[in-house]
Design a protein around this ligand. Structure first.
Ligand code: T4K
Length: 403
């Protein structure tokens, strides 16, 4: 059957309901209901309850570390980690990341020093990080973007040589493995700790949530105190803590999700492969698939739209939005181009050409458990059609802008 007209040109959107990049995974409802009954029966709702403890055990085993400290979200987890490590001064971070990475540091009065990424992986460029280390550098923060690991081995060497800790923002990287280990090891490369997110949009979620993974027992103990007002016993407060606890239902939700993780990753891999095959012959469109990335959670399907594409990245995005395909230009325009960093004297003149080029080319398309093979076929068809009818599409978009 010939495809119907593009929605931007007056046709009917290919989907009646929006298709998102990260629609949450909902574990089997009967299992969630059973967990909820257990929680209600026990009347233990939060404060390090049995589900939180089980989740921590599962996450620690899954990632090959001795401690997982559950938190209310990954942003606060990063903040508490910086605080527990007593960091002061600058922290080296890639600019191409979700803004929470930089904001968490700034909330803790650290100054993010933004550095370049590798164009192949989109993760922090280790040599750029090494070049940025100075006397005021407190830590090196690698971000495991798109569910893949950054070059943790090289970053670990650099941090070690400089005598500073390597920290990993693994918010997107739950379940990822290094090429050197058969078990999951996000703290590889000597990282002192790694922070995962369990936000609704992640491969497995706890509605809101996160966890810090570490092999450092003293650090884990301090993090447990910091997330609970600084309590070290019933009446004993030993430090300036806050409330960063995860509740029991969130923990149960994540446990049920983790039971499905292998299937989810299998599904994600299939979806990404389908995008790759369906879009292979289109000019200027490719799936980001770095060769250095042996195992991932494949949670994001990231298209690179370059100058050979008959439509710009933004034109293609708007065309897809009209189809109810809510593709995203993560992490445009880069943290250094967002406030408060863009207006900050230390950052306002900063030029990061690779970051800016990547941020101008990335288009993340719907993937994850809520996207079916048939969805990928339809989305790919619409992309193909949009490129074929690029003249009409551009004309319509320009008319919309000037109206
Ligand atoms: N570091 C990195 C590298 C990160 O990527 C993130 C988070 C963090 C740190 C901080 O972790 P958390 O503190 O959040 O634990 C989303 C997520 O909100 C954010 O967690 C994630 N990274 C980021 C990459 O994406 P937005 O604002 O772009 O999208 P959002 O939340 O509006 O959701 C995306 C789509 O999913 C929506 O368009 C609708 C759909 N959706 C969303 C929610 C929340 C649903 O269908 N149901 C839902 O419940 O940030």
């Amino acid at each position: 059957m010939p495809p119907t007209s593009l929605a931007i040109l007056g046709g009917i959107p290919v989907f009646a309901e929006p298709r998102h990049v990260g629609t949450p995974f909902i574990p089997p409802r009967e299992l969630l209901h059973a967990s909820l009954d257990d929680i209600l029966d026990s009347r233990w709702l939060t404060n390090n309850g049995p589900f939180v403890c089980s989740l921590e055990d599962l996450l620690a085993k899954k990632h090959g570390v001795t401690h997982a400290v559950a938190m209310c979200n990954a942003t606060i987890a990063l903040q508490l980690l910086f605080r527990a490590l007593g960091l002061k001064g600058e922290i080296i971070v890639p600019s191409f990341t979700f803004i929470a990475t930089a904001h968490a540091a700034t909330w803790e009065r650290l100054e993010p020093r933004f550095v370049e990424i590798s164009p192949e992986t989109h993760c922090i460029d280790p040599e750029a990080a090494a070049a940025a280390i100075g006397t005021n550098t407190a830590a090196l923060l690698g971000v495991n973007l798109w569910g893949q690991l950054c070059d943790v081995e090289r970053l670990g060497q650099i941090a070690n040589d400089a005598g500073i800790p390597l920290i990993l923002d693994s918010a997107q990287a739950l379940g990822c493995k290094t090429k050197h280990h058969s078990s999951d090891q996000p703290t590889a490369g000597g990282a002192v700790a790694s922070v995962i997110s369990l936000h609704a949009t992640k491969v497995v979620n706890s509605l809101e949530g996160g966890a810090i993974l570490t092999n450092d027992e003293a650090l884990a103990e301090e993090l447990r105190r910091l997330r609970n007002f600084g309590f070290a016993g019933y009446d004993k407060v030993v430090s300036l803590g806050t409330n960063a606890k995860l509740n029991e239902f969130s923990a149960a939700f994540a446990i049920r999700g983790l039971e499905c993780l292998d299937n989810l990753i299998h599904h994600n891999r299939k979806i990404r492969k389908m995008y790759q095959e369906n879009l292979a012959d289109l000019p200027g469109v490719s799936l980001h698939d770095p060769p250095t990335s042996p195992t991932e959670n494949h949670h994001y399907a990231v298209l690179m739209i370059n100058a050979d594409c008959p439509l710009s990245r933004d034109e293609l995005m708007l065309t897809l939005w009209a189809e109810n395909v809510l593709s995203r230009r993560y992490f445009y325009p880069g943290c250094h181009r967002m406030e408060p960093y863009a207006g900050h004297p230390a950052t306002c003149q900063l030029s990061l050409p690779v970051t800016e080029a990547v941020a101008a080319s990335v288009l993340v398309v719907p993937a994850s458990s809520a996207v079916s093979s048939q969805d990928v076929v339809l989305i790919s068809q619409r992309i193909r059609q949009a490129l074929q009818q690029n003249g009409d599409v551009r004309e319509r978009l320009q008319a919309t802008v000037s109206a």
